[in-house]
Structures are given as C-alpha cells and as structure tokens.
Design a protein around this ligand. Structure first.
Ligand code: SAH
Length: 398
C-alpha cells in the first residue's frame, strides 16, 4: 500500500482527528497511488496516523480510519453504515411512524468523508463527492443490503454532479440496486406527518432537503392564522407544514419550474385546495420587490448557497444583506421572518452580522426569537467543525 509521509509538524491536525490531509502537508509519497486508492498516512518520524482515500487536489487524503487496519477489512462498510444507522436510531428518527426519511450518512459527520446517503422510506440515494467513494459504490451498496435486508427497496447513485470529473470514471447516474418489483423514480415520504413526493432522478441534490426538517416543524408552530410567503420554496417543504398547521394562505416562490410543479403536486397530495395556496415560478428578489407591504406576516427566506468558496464571501454577504433587507422591510408589523444560509463558508456569526446590517438598513425594530441549525442526522463531527453549514434566525419584526 502507498505510504504518505507528512512534513515534520504537519501531523498535529490528524492527531486531533481532523480527517483531511492537505497536499501541502505531504513530504513524500512512497508508491504510485491511483486516485481513490486507500493509502496509509504516517508522521515524519514514521509513526502511523491514519488510512484514507487518496485524491489529487488540495485535499490529498480523506481519512476513513485513525485506528489500524479495519478499513481494509471486508466488514468496513457494514460496520460504518451500522454505526451511522445507530446514531439515527438514538436521535429517534427510525422509530417515529410520522417520519420515514432521513440522512443516513453525512460525510465527515459519520466518519465517511465524501459520502452522502439519504434514506427515503427504503430508497437510498447516494452522492459521492470523492473518487474514493465513487469507486467504492458497489461495496457500499452491498453493505446497505446487509444492514437493511428486505426493507431496502433501491440504491440510486446520483454522483454525476458531485464526484470530481476524472478520466476513467463513468459518471452516469443510475440504480445500483433495485428490489424485485421496484420501478418508480419517485415516491411519497412522510416527514413529521407531512406528505411529500420525492423524485431523486429529476429533483435537486438527492431529491429533497432533509436538513430543514426541524425548522419546518418550527415554522408549523408559528403558522396558525398567518399569511405565509415561502421564498426559495423548492418542492414546498415549509409551505405544506404551514398549511397543515393552520396558515390561512401560503404563496410559494421558486425560480425552478420543475420545483414549482412539485409544490402543486405536494399541495394536492396533502389535500389543500387551490384557494389556500399559490405556487409561483419567479426570481425571489424580483417577487419581493413587488410585494405589497403588510401582505405577509410570516416569511421564509431559504436561498441556495450564495458562497461556494471563501473567495465568494464578500459578494455572498452583500447578497444576504440585500435579500434580508427586502424581506424585513416588507413583512407586516408583528410579523416573523425565518431566514437561512446554507453556505458553509458563511459562519453563524458572520450571517447574523449580515442580517443585522439588513435590519439596520430598514430601520425597523427587530428581535431574534430563535437561532436555527441543521438537524441531528446532519451530524457535525466535533473534530471537523467545517461540517456545520446550515444556520438561520427567527426574527420578530415590529
Ligand atoms: N426551502 C427549500 C429548499 C431551498 S433550496 C426546502 O425546504 O425544501 C434553494 C431553492 O432556491 C432551490 O429550489 C432553487 O431552485 C431556488 N432558487 C435559486 N435561485 C433562485 C432565485 N433567484 N429565485 C427564486 N428561487 C431560486
């Protein structure tokens, strides 16, 4: 096996269980690893540090194990997936009859850097973000079969948009397992008793944004009697919760036509008639510009990541500020704004600062009622704080 030997002193972060080896920390590569191979990582003095997936790029090794040879054994994937499932069991996500979808594997949060697996009532949708995980997909699929047995309906690999494009990798999405009789590309899932159609082949990411489950519940708690505007609604997650909890009317806005069509289907699925909702395909900023003041007394603002890397931080913060100022200025007196950022490089302090500037720009009196996060199944490895990405604020605007 290839040995990666680090420069003197560069082993410190690995000794603190941070799971990445940056290319600049490497003194010597003994062997000729192919991308995605498992390599051993050693300190300058020769002591063992970790095993992980090798890849050419700024992150050269993504660590799979800090403790010996287990990563090379036949049970590695089964053991890791069982641990991931156990954590979701501990979080109450597998025994709750009102929820049958959750994130099963959240990359570094589950000790599996580069791997995402979402569970949709028996259908696993997998996204590999590294060559190593992409190459391991058959082994991962076999492990899913052994962990879930008959309750596994299908495994769909959706890595074409996430795995790095490398020569020799056949990045075509498709099923790697289908149980007998399974044929659909979409199915209905339950989230806290709310019904949603999830289509993993046509939808964004793995098909549904499972990371907003707890925040959707909170929106539900505040929805009774309110007139709701859900901006960046995707398939209507927040909208369905709002109506199921007594909102008087919900307008849902997204720039994706496909997403808006799914909102309409989800409304019908939950039994809401057309008079209760409008599903609008539009740019959120343009829409807000024409919103009459006082019309909505609950707004949700959940845009896509404005900053995908540090270099984009300045522009992203200005965009968050503009968007939030527009929302805060238009919400009715005594209204609520649920505002989010899913940009990993925008941390919660910096986001709060952008929202603070937005509020100041409007001159309105604004209180913070709650601070919002990602849910338990999007677990953050304490040694890898970079795993924290979703943050939000619940604002009360006088
Ligand atoms: N709140 C959603 C997830 C939002 S993801 C949920 O609970 O499921 C971000 C969404 O913003 C995507 O659906 C994307 O299509 C949409 N989007 C991106 N740019 C947009 C824009 N300028 N105006 C409106 N929607 C936009």
């Amino acid at each position: 096996m290839t040995k990666i030997i680090l420069k003197k002193g560069r082993e410190e972060s690995l000794r603190r269980f941070h799971p990445w080896v940056f290319s600049g920390a490497i003194a010597q590569i003994v062997g000729e690893p192919a991308e995605g191979d498992i390599v051993g990582v050693f300190a300058h003095d020769g002591s063992f540090l970790a095993y992980g997936h090798y890849q050419i790029g700024s992150i050269a090794v993504r660590v799979l194990s800090f403790s010996g040879e287990d990563v090379l054994g036949p049970d590695f994937w089964t053991v890791m997936l069982s641990k991931a499932l156990k954590m979701r069991q501990a979080a109450g996500l597998t025994s709750d009859s009102s929820t049958n979808c959750f994130r099963l594997v959240h990359g570094e949060g589950d000790g599996l850097p580069g791997l995402i697996i979402d569970w949709y009532d028996g259908v696993c949708v997998m996204q590999a973000h590294s060559v190593g995980m992409f190459r391991a997909k058959t082994a991962i699929c076999e492990a899913l079969k052994s962990v879930f047995g008959d309750s596994l309906k299908a495994v769909y690999d959706k890595s074409s948009g996430t795995a790095p494009f490398k020569a020799g990798l056949d990045l075509v999405d498709g099923y790697i397992y289908k149980a007998d009789g399974f044929s659909d590309d979409e199915q209905v899932v339950l989230e806290n008793g709310n019904k949603f159609l999830v289509n993993w082949t046509e939808g964004q990411k793995t098909g549904f944004f499972l990371d907003q489950r707890d925040n959707r519940n909170l929106v539900g708690r505040y929805s009774k009697g309110r007139n709701v505007l859900n901006l960046f609604c995707y398939t209507g997650g927040f909208s369905i919760y709002a109506l199921n909890n007594g909102a008087v009317h919900v307008d849902s806005v997204d720039s994706s036509k496909k997403a808006v069509e799914m909102v309409t289907r989800n409304m019908a699925l939950n039994g809401f008639d057309a008079g209760l909702h409008e599903d609008i395909c539009a740019d959120a900023m343009d829409f807000l510009r024409d919103v009459p003041e006082d019309k909505y007394d609950l707004m949700i603002v959940d845009p896509p990541a404005f900053a995908k890397h540090r270099g984009a931080l300045g522009n992203a913060l200005r965009a968050y500020q503009r968007l939030n100022a527009a929302a805060i200025s238009k919400v009715a007196p005594g209204g609520l704004v649920f505002t989010f950022s899913c940009s990993q490089v925008v941390d919660k302090e910096v986001f709060a600062l952008a929202v603070f500037s937005a509020a100041a720009q409007t001159g309105r009196s604004v209180r913070i009622l709650d601070r919002l996060n990602q849910p338990a199944d999007h677990a953050v490895n304490i040694y890898h704080p970079e795993g924290e990405y979703l943050k939000g604020l619940l604002l009360y605007v006088e």
